[in-house]
Structure formats: structure tokens, C-alpha cells
Write a protein that binds this ligand. Structure first.
Ligand SMILES: *Cc1c(COP(=O)(O)O)cnc(C)c1O
Length: 390
């Protein structure tokens, strides 16, 4: 007789991953032979830069790279990250205890709670937010308190509200933000760090989009703030900057004790990043600025194409300053129902976009469109939206 297999209570708690649902609807549309434009998932459409691919090819031929990797990765990679960070943010990091390479930043963000949360600990999360944070906090037994992000506050959490909350163990922040595409100012980080210090609260900053910004305004790292290293850890990724989403490489940096907690969890779960990928990551971090500039320009052009295009139908969207998302308040006819809007986009225009509600209750009333398809496809999407919006 077959054993009855039941998911753990922990796993049953997790709602279905938003993008899986969207993906199912999309696949059904494609199966029907419809020409679907996917603005749903934030996965860079451009190939990885060629010099990085060449670097991997060479590294993969070298048997020295075929073994179990060191937990904390190649010292040369940590050194390279330190150099990159110094150049980009003017922040010095000790490669020995303030940097930890990751199998993509999502993995690190997911493992850290296991190293610092005890059951019942209070965790502050912005609403809306990247959907991957929530389940991993739950797995560790954390209790989530949501801080709404409002357009009237430039999608930054209300720090007076944060200051009022008692006994929060830590708080997640993510700028440039997914899904709202907002950026944080230095002043914001200064105030946040001051509050966190007073309250003894840890800060977890997710900076996956640090290099995807527009209008020449480069985002600030929280580690630039004096004393931030006493209480903050920041997550970085090569996925979006160098079109390496499938390669799985990123890093955590900042407070040594937090790095140590993360490292200790990880050594019990994984055995590091394939060393050939680490070698290629070193070369990725050496990519000339001009090439990343071209990538920014590509997204910026798409952004302008979409926003200027739909303005003709009376849909006015504030242009994002960073990340590759357009976070748009819904046109009136949807009555703030983002699920209805996403369904209508798919049914009437064969366009996949992500309903704001999927990122949290405060995301309701918005829809997220990823700029990860060509300008031609965006132009086509704009054309099709005419049927939906007028
Ligand atoms: C894409 C993304 C990540 C994950 O990046 P990986 O390094 O590929 O795991 C993390 N945070 C946010 C907000 C993202 O959008």
C-alpha cells in the first residue's frame, strides 16, 4: 500500500508562488497558439556578456575547478568583490570576514533567517515586497509585521511608524525596489540606520538592482552610511547587472557576525558555487562600465517607449528611476482590481503582467510590467493595449 505523504505544516503555510500561477495562465495561452508578450517575470532577456562566457569556457576545462568549492569561495573572488565595492560605493570590506559569495542572492536571503531568527521573533517587511522573503521568514518561525509602502512617500517605509514598533529583530529593505522600482536616498538610509541602532534592530538590504538605474542617478548602498556595518548586511547579485540570472552567483556583505551566521547555515546546506562560475564571476566584475551603461540605456529606451506609448491612451505612469520594472497605478476602469487587470491584459491583448496584489496587500491597485522584452515587442504591447484601454 502506498504511504500517505503529507507536506509539513511549515510547507503547507506557504501560499502558491505567485509567478507559478501566472506562468500557468501564460503557458495555457501559448498552448492555444497565441502570441504572448511576457512582461511578467524580471529575468534579463539579453545574453550574458561574451567575455564572461569565454572566461567560463576556459575555467571549465581546468580540472582544478572540478572539486568541491571552498565554503566561502575563492579568496580571489572575495578580493575582487571588495575591489568592486570600493570603486562603486567607496566602502572598504574585509574579504576575509565581511564578504560571502552566494549561489545567487535569493539563496542567501533565504538562508539568513535560519541563522538569526528564533520562533516568535518579530520581522519587519515592507508591503509590497519581493515574494521570496516571506516564506523563508515563516520557515524560521519569524512573525511578520508589514510596513506599507505608499506612492505619496515615494514607496519608502514611514520611519516614524518603524520607530514606534517594539522589539523587532530585523527589517528587510530593498532599493532599487522590486516591484515599485523606487530608490532610496542617502538621508533615508541615515535615518533608518539611526533608528535601527537605537532599537537594536538588524537591517537586511537587498540590492539586486544596484546597477540598473536611469537618468545617471546611481543608487546608494546602506553600507555607505557611517556605522551601518554594526547592524546591516547587504545582498548583491550578478544576475541583473551582467545578464547572469541562470548562473546563480551573488554575494552578501557587511556585518561580520551576520556573515558568520549566514556562512554557518550555508555550510550545512550547500557546498559552495561551482568554481568555474566563480572564476567567470571575477571576470564579470571586471566588465567595463561602458558595457553596463549600454544595458542601462537599453532598459531606459524600453521604459520610455512603454510609458510614452500608453500616455497616448490617457494612462499616465511615473517613470521609474531604477530596476527594470514599470509599477503602474491601474487605469480607472479596473477599479483598483489588479487581478482583473492582469486577466484582461492576458485575455484581450495576450500580454502577461503581474498583478500588484501578488506582492502584498498594499500592492493592490497597481500592475507590474517588466522591461525584459525588446523595444519592438514593447511597441507591439503598446499597440495591443489600445484595445484594452480605450
Ligand atoms: C532578482 C531578485 C533577486 C534574486 O537575484 P539572484 O541573485 O538571481 O538570486 C533578489 N532580490 C530581488 C528583489 C530580485 O528582484
Amino acid at each position: 500500500m502506498a504511504v500517505e505523504i503529507e507536506f509539513s505544516d511549515r510547507l503547507k503555510m506557504v501560499p502558491p508562488y505567485l509567478f507559478v500561477e501566472i506562468d500557468k495562465a501564460k503557458r495555457a495561452a501559448i498552448a492555444e497558439g497565441r502570441d504572448v508578450i511576457n512582461l511578467g517575470i524580471g529575468d534579463p532577456d539579453s545574453p550574458t556578456f561574451p567575455h564572461i562566457i569565454e572566461s567560463l569556457k576556459k575555467a571549465v576545462e581546468n580540472p582544478a575547478n572540478h572539486h568541491y568549492a571552498l565554503d566561502a569561495g575563492l579568496p580571489e573572488l572575495r578580493q575582487e568583490i571588495a575591489g568592486w565595492f570600493k570603486k562603486r560605493f567607496e566602502v572598504s570590506l574585509d574579504p576575509n570576514n565581511e564578504i560571502y559569495p552566494l549561489i545567487g542572492s535569493k539563496e542567501g536571503l533565504a538562508h539568513l533567517p535560519l541563522g538569526i531568527i528564533n520562533p516568535g521573533d518579530k520581522v519587519l517587511l515592507t508591503d509590497p515586497c519581493y515574494p521570496a522573503y516571506r516564506p523563508t521568514i515563516n520557515f524560521a518561525g519569524g512573525k511578520i509585521v508589514e510596513i506599507p509602502l505608499k506612492e505619496s512617500k515615494d514607496f519608502l517605509p514611514d520611519l516614524e511608524r518603524v520607530a514606534e514598533i517594539k522589539n523587532a529583530k530585523f527589517m528587510y529593505i530593498n532599493y532599487p525596489n522590486n516591484p515599485t522600482a523606487a530608490i532610496a536616498t542617502r538621508e533615508f538610509y541615515e535615518q533608518l540606520v539611526a533608528i535601527a541602532r537605537e532599537k537594536g534592530m538588524i537591517l537586511i538590504s537587498d540590492m539586486a538592482y544596484s546597477e540598473i538605474y536611469f537618468d545617471g542617478e546611481a543608487p546608494v548602498s546602506i553600507l555607505e552610511i557611517e556605522g551601518a556595518k554594526d547592524l546591516a548586511i547587504e545582498f548583491h547579485s550578478l544576475s541583473k547587472t551582467y545578464n547572469m540570472a541562470g548562473w546563480r552567483v551573488g554575494w552578501a556583505c557587511g556585518n561580520p557576525k551576520l556573515i558568520q551566521a549566514l556562512g554557518k547555515v550555508k555550510t550545512n546546506y550547500d557546498s559552495g558555487i561551482f568554481q568555474a562560475i566563480q572564476v567567470a564571476a571575477i571576470d564579470a566584475l571586471r566588465t567595463p562600465d561602458a558595457e553596463v551603461d549600454d544595458l542601462r540605456r537599453l532598459y531606459e529606451e524600453r521604459r520610455d517607449c512603454l510609458i510614452n506609448g500608453v500616455r497616448n491612451y490617457g494612462w499616465k505612469i511615473t517613470p521609474p528611476k531604477a530596476a527594470f520594472y514599470v509599477w503602474a497605478k491601474l487605469p480607472k476602469q479596473f477599479n483598483g482590481d489588479s487581478m482583473l487587470a492582469a486577466k484582461t491584459f492576458l485575455e484581450k491583448a495576450d500580454i502577461v503582467a503581474t498583478p500588484g496584489i501578488g506582492f502584498g496587500n498594499s500592492g493592490e491597485g497597481y500592475i507590474r510590467m517588466a522591461l525584459t522584452v525588446s523595444k519592438e515587442r514593447i511597441t507591439e504591447a503598446v499597440d495591443r493595449l489600445k484595445n484594452v484601454l480605450s
